[in-house]
Design a protein around this ligand. Sequence first.
Ligand code: ADP
Ligand code: MG
Length: 621
Amino acid sequence: MALLHIAEPGQSSEPHQHRIAIGIDLGTTHSLVATIRSGKAHVLPDQDGHVLLPSVVHYAAENTSYGYAAQKFLVHDPSNTITSVKRFMGRSQADIKFQHPYQLMGTAQDMPTFQTAAGQKTPVEISADLLKQLKYRAEQSVAQQIQGAVITVPAYFDEAQRQATRDAAQLAGLNVLRLLNEPTAAAVAYGLDQTSKLELDQNYVIYDLGGGTFDVSILRFSQGVFEVLATGGHTALGGDDLDRLIVKWLKQQLNLENIDNTSYANFINAAKQAKEALSTQTHVNIAVEEHSVELDRLTFETIIQPALDRTLHVCKRVLRDAKLELSEIKQVVLVGGSTRSYAVQDAVEKLFNQTPLCSINPDEVVAIGAAMTADQLIGNSTEQALLLDVTPLSLGLETMGGLVERIIPRNTAIPIARKQEFTTYKDGQTAMLIHVLQGERDLVEHCRSLGQFILHGIPPMTAGQARIEVTFQVDANGLLSVSAQETTSGIQANIDIKPSYGLSDADMERLLLDGYKYAEEDKHLRHLHETKMEAERELEALTQALTADAQLLNEEQLLKLQHVQQQLGTALQSDQIDNIESAVKQLKQQSDQFAALRMNRHIDHALKGTKLDDWSTPSTK
Ligand code: ADP
Ligand code: MG
């Protein structure tokens, strides 16, 4: 008979108590929060019924306002009204190459700080302020404590950008269950992880056209995991551009040449309203200042065609990067407020030759997927697939000759730990530099340095004898820690990679594209580097041998060896693989005889030594 469970007095356990976890889409223009109640996803509104929180904070000396309230200050107090702070996350001043109206403090390497009427604010603090609003909203709405949160980030976010997001969440008092890629969240919202379970590898396109950014990702669902096969996009292409195109058209219609800033702002507002109205009406009347103009869906489509074409162009490129044909895409998911426009939906449908998924509100879909994942992670859901993400770029470390040894290839499912053994290069080497890199290229200089540390105290040994085990560990949030241990002595050292600045989207894209573009060139360079390394090792060994035992050689033998040594030196300068290889071969031939001589001598010596040791103290060696 099974034993009965007895609860501690006053601690009666409620076996079916539902724990509350939330999903947050921390967007560039809008943020929002969702949760699961009775198995259903709900986006949570604020007191005024708004679901979207514009990602805007206004800092005044006395009072801070958020969202729609903060937006009102954009025109009159722009320098204290921070928008699009997501673009600054995990970046150093030097990384920030886009236009913005703010006065940033700090040196080039530092995280920038915004100078506001309420003091200096870092991007992390500003994001934390937005997250606090959403946390508060969730607490009010569920009247319970929030146990944990899943926060979404763009698939291309690197370590630093993810770390900054995580820091912001912690600062907001949230228990971060996981950072989840935005396209993955969208796929989860549509249950694509569940429907794909029974089928072999399926490919999905996530087309995300927001307010100011366009992102497209290709995901492959395989063995319970979404891999990001490729990403692409534009950091300055979104709904705002559509608004500007409408204004340009309006000005043409009305024969207006130059309009002042205030008028322009009015026109933009009117254009935005018209654009949004066209998602439910077939035509609208745009009334702005003293003008009135009719706009129908067809004309709208023509007006925004240039922007649409740019997004389609990116889609095609990303497909090429992923080495996929259009026919290999199982489904297309629409994300972002701008995909509510029929013109956008039609364009995507035409390109992919299938109706895209858009039944879930496209500006809520990411938060909903995040909430579903949070619910699974906290243990409420019966869905079994525990969704994992993958590393966006390969991680590796520097080896001799400026080469990168890949430890965790890109698109590896996380969490993951990988170990690899390394050894020393020189006799008596007591320290080793562990330099951690991210990128797809073979040479250190073409990858991005994430950090480095030195493993000290390796016991002196002959080159190649020490066993240094390096472990790379990426946790479920995509954060990396690296440790190194010399296994014979047990000494160890480690770091958590927490770079103070991040990759820009453009850099990220470049690193990926370079990986494809330079594959051939890298192969050659790697070969050259390896050949040179091998040659240098031979040279080093010969030099050491000559220092020790040159007296074993007659003059002719010595000259011969010195000659081949010199020839190899010259060949190394030439950077020609063939030259180096043939010089190495020559050198090996010549030094083999020398090695045989040395071996004989050592055996001799050892034999003698044994005898001597037997009879006297080994004072000399
Ligand atoms: P982000 O992900 O960058 O924070 P969103 O996904 O919230 O941005 O998208 C905001 C954009 O969506 C704005 O340009 C807005 O005008 C546009 N948008 C919102 N509703 C509609 C609609 N009904 N029709 C067309 N565009 C819309
Ligand atoms: Mg978005």
